[in-house]
Write a new protein. Structure first.
Length: 376
């Protein structure tokens, strides 16, 4: 049976695009349903500030009249301006286990990107490195943490079957709080204290009563600290304000940490409660009628966290502040009854960061892959 690919144009087709994620994955082991309202918002040009500098075309694949796959083709102007390249992206991929379906979807996405003047197709990005990205290739036996992807085991075969090649792997490390505390040596603590004293660096938790000012400090650090990292795209003011508004609902102030040298903010780390502990109890992703109550009453019961980002301004990256942040985070996690969590994602070739995490006794338990495909 021939595969038909159409561009999403109607409200009905957009609903089919969104719903397919649940249809494909409701039987995927360890998959956790996102909130449908969040999926709708991230794809909505009127609500997601990403679209102020990007275009996206949504495609549906049909076979015998039934929707069997989807993909988004993404043109991110901020990425290409920042890196001076002509990359296009694909994301939000879902498909039945059928190579013809996957090929038809990737061909349609590639043709759209090529017509936009782009010469390389990279993904998955949902829709950028500032959001969910990467395809799970190792670690299917455990559920994902907040804002991390999870997919059927056959997805990498479909992607590689089209001819896409690895461009970068992303690591996720797992660690139990008590194990981490046992692996923090007295030497590590002495070195951390010396760095603080000699450099005059202070660490503190975020002041949620002055969140907007804190967001400005974090934005300044983030866009400087990550500017040389692979795949980095700087946040716009609207994007980081939008993200702050979203994360404010779930952030634990004790685990949003800033480091300052005098009056200058020089580093920060963001560790989020693993809201997926609650979302797994809302398998259809709908807040109404009962999902909202599970969410509200479940927040205080969360016992795992994800260290989602750690940024140090480039001028201070030689000081070894990463280890101090990890010590601070682990001790605060213990104090607030978190039993463990994930540190993700880390670029495979970021050896200083991976080495520091490994020294705490962490387990490299998941790997995510970014693929590329030339548009000739």
């Amino acid at each position: 049976m021939a595969v038909e690919v159409i561009a999403v144009r109607t409200g009905k087709e957009r609903k089919q695009f969104i719903d397919l994620e649940w249809e494909i994955n409701r039987t995927t082991p360890n998959w956790i349903s996102p909130l449908r309202v969040a999926r709708k918002e991230i794809l909505d040009p009127k609500k997601n500030p990403f679209f102020e500098h990007a275009e996206m075309e949504l495609f549906l694949a049909k076979k015998d009249g039934k929707v069997v796959g989807r993909v988004a083709a993404i043109k991110n102007d901020n990425h290409n301006k920042f890196h001076n390249d002509k990359w296009g992206f694909w994301g939000f991929f879902e498909s039945i286990n059928d190579q013809d379906v996957a090929n038809a979807l990737f061909r349609s996405a590639g043709d759209w990107l090529k017509n936009k003047g782009l010469d390389l197709m990279v993904g998955p990005m949902n829709p950028s490195t500032n959001d969910e990205c990467g395809m799970l290739i190792k670690g299917f036996d455990t559920p994902p943490y907040i804002m991390m992807t999870h997919n059927p085991e056959y997805y990498p075969e479909l992607v590689e079957g089209y001819g896409q090649k690895k461009i970068k792997d992303l690591y996720a490390w797992h660690l139990m709080t008590d194990d981490a505390l046992n692996n923090i040596s007295e030497k590590m603590r002495r070195v951390a204290n010396k760095i603080r004293e000699r450099q005059g660096i202070t660490f503190r938790k975020a002041d949620m009563k002055h969140l907007q000012e804190e967001v400005e400090r974090i934005k300044e650090i983030y866009n400087d600290a990550w500017s040389k990292n692979w795949g980095f795209v700087p946040f716009t003011d609207h994007e980081i304000d939008h993200m702050a508004k979203e994360l404010k609902q779930i952030v634990d102030p004790e685990l949003l940490l800033l480091a300052e040298k005098g009056d200058e903010p020089i580093a920060f780390s963001l560790t989020l409660p693993n809201i997926n502990e609650i979302l797994k109890k809302i398998p259809d992703g709908r807040l109404l009628p009962t999902g909202i109550f599970k969410l509200l009453f479940g927040m205080k019961k969360i016992r795992t966290v994800r260290v989602i980002t750690l940024g140090v301004k480039r001028a201070y990256q030689h000081l070894g502040l990463g280890s101090i942040f990890y010590i601070e985070t682990i001790e605060r996690a213990k104090k607030n009854n978190y039993i463990g969590g994930e540190m993700s994602w880390i670029l495979e070739d970021n050896e200083p960061m991976n080495s520091a995490i490994r020294s705490l006794g962490s387990d490299l338990y998941k790997t995510y892959r970014i693929y590329s495909y030339p548009l000739e």
